[in-house]
Design a binder for this molecule. Structure first.
Ligand code: PHE
Length: 440
């Protein structure tokens, strides 16, 4: 139960509450969401099951897992790609998590005075020369602490209580958002698809978002699956994690967009700041006659968001640390410290790309956007293809069946569909979208 919750903890994070609405805003609303759902079912779940198979069968960290199964062939580089991309994501994940930490501190100190301009407050915070860097370091220190102490007793116990609490808070916030004046327009944006705006870039974004949000194709779930018990049902776990994750993402959309359409001056494609500008506004507008409620809600919300971010960051950190630790034989503490410090160096660059370094562009993207693009739109899709081909073609079919059916004690009627998907459909779909985008 604990490790399954940890897998859900890894999946549910800023990807759902912060990145999903941002992407929906950029990519035109309802049509994007439909394509996203399609990606979760058709691509996300099969890839997740495949990672579980590799992880639980080998009971080893990602790099060792692929090395064990692939022996000396090229397939073993899949493990290396996984660990690399986890490192890359962690470097910018801490930046946004740092923002969350700032908003928590800010709401604790009562940041909901009447008439506040949240947009300028956000802009002046993220472009500040050192403040966001300091908060990112603070968040990294928390992640470091948990990882270097070992994860089991602390974070697993916490997740069991906090994840349901997060869901309850989200549900209440949806209610609040629905009562705002722009609710109708927000719902139309979320529910009425306009397929004329769909381009391959939109499809690739939906795919990248599905990979990011489900934490797949970067070794985290493979590492966690290596701790699964023999009785853990892989397919069912993948299904449950995907459902919880998708639900949280969509509900977050239902919180954000009615609010976006209610707040003058905020555009749906406002980018990474969207959540940090509209949410304080929701608290402010809905609770203007009950400031205490507004206070409690904002504190609770940012606290839970921070914890959700923490469980995800831990899985990213753990995936890299586990490898460094095994490859070098050093202590867990030292390995974790090396990962934290080196990752933070990249994190500083990401953070500064919102402020003093915002004019520095590579291929027209800021450092932050470049990292996110490379991780979620290049490496993750390619990794997804390799994982599917590896499990579908290279691994012994009976071994895969044994893992998924727990040595024949479970029935998995969709086994041949699953194999068909990972052998042909998933790699073909990913490749098609990817190549199309490159050529376009
Ligand atoms: N899925 C996490 C989220 O939604 C982010 C993450 C990505 C975590 C990759 C681990 C691995 O925030």
């Amino acid at each position: 139960m604990g490790v399954v919750l940890a897998a859900a903890g890894s999946a549910v994070g800023l990807g759902n509450v912060w990145r999903f609405p941002t992407e929906v805003g950029y990519n035109g609303g309802a049509a994007f969401i439909l394509i996203y759902l399609f990606n979760v079912i058709l691509i996300g779940m099969p890839v997740m099951i495949s990672e579980f198979v590799v992880g639980r069968h080998t009971h080893a960290n990602t790099i060792t897992a692929y090395a064990k199964l692939a022996l000396r062939s090229w397939w073993r580089f899949e493990g290396v790609a996984g660990v690399f991309v986890a490192f890359l994501i962690l470097s910018y994940y801490v930046v946004i998590s740092g923002w969350t930490l700032f908003y928590l501190v800010d709401s604790l100190s009562g940041f909901l005075p009447v008439e506040q301009d949240f947009q300028s407050e956000f802009n002046s915070f993220v472009s500040h020369p050192w403040l966001p860097v300091a908060y990112a370091c603070g968040f990294m220190a928390m992640t470091h602490w948990v990882v270097s102490c070992g994860v089991q007793s602390g974070i697993e116990r916490f997740s069991k209580v906090l994840m349901p609490l997060l869901l309850i808070i989200i549900a209440v916030l949806v209610g609040c958002s629905f009562s705002l004046p722009g609710a109708h327009d927000g719902l139309r944006f979320l529910l009425k698809p306009d397929f004329t705006k769909v381009t391959t870039r939109v499809v690739l974004s939906a795919m990248g978002q599905a990979f990011f949000s489900l934490s797949i194709a970067m070794g985290c779930l493979c590492t966690y699956a290596s701790y699964f018990k023999d009785e853990t049902r892989l397919a069912r776990t993948a299904f449950n994690v995907s459902i919880i994750d998708t639900m949280v993402a969509i509900l977050s959309g239902f919180i954000i967009f009615p609010a976006v359409f209610s707040v003058p001056g905020v555009e749906v494609d406002a980018g990474p700041g969207l959540v940090f500008i509209t949410l304080p506004n929701v608290f402010h507008m809905t609770f203007s006659s009950y400031p205490v409620m507004g206070y409690i809600f904002s504190v609770l919300f940012y606290m839970l968001l921070l914890l959700a971010a923490l469980t995800s960051a831990i899985s990213l950190h753990e995936s890299v640390t586990a490898y460094v630790l095994e490859a070098t034989g050093m202590s867990r503490r030292t390995a974790a410290a090396i990962v934290s410090v080196s990752c933070m160096l990249l994190g500083v660059a990401c953070s500064l790309s919102f402020g003093p370094w915002s004019d520095f562009k590579v291929f027209g993207m800021s450092i932050f956007d470049l990292f996110d693009f490379t991780a979620s739109k290049v490496i993750m899709p390619l990794s997804g293809i390799v994982i599917c081909l590896f499990v579908g073609w290279k691994l012994d079919r009976n071994m895969v069946r044994d893992e998924i059916t727990n040595h024949g004690t479970l029935r998995f009627r969709l086994f041949s569909t699953y194999i068909f998907l990972i052998r042909y459909v998933v790699p073909a779909v990913i490749a098609l979208v990817f190549v199309n985008e490159l050529l376009g």
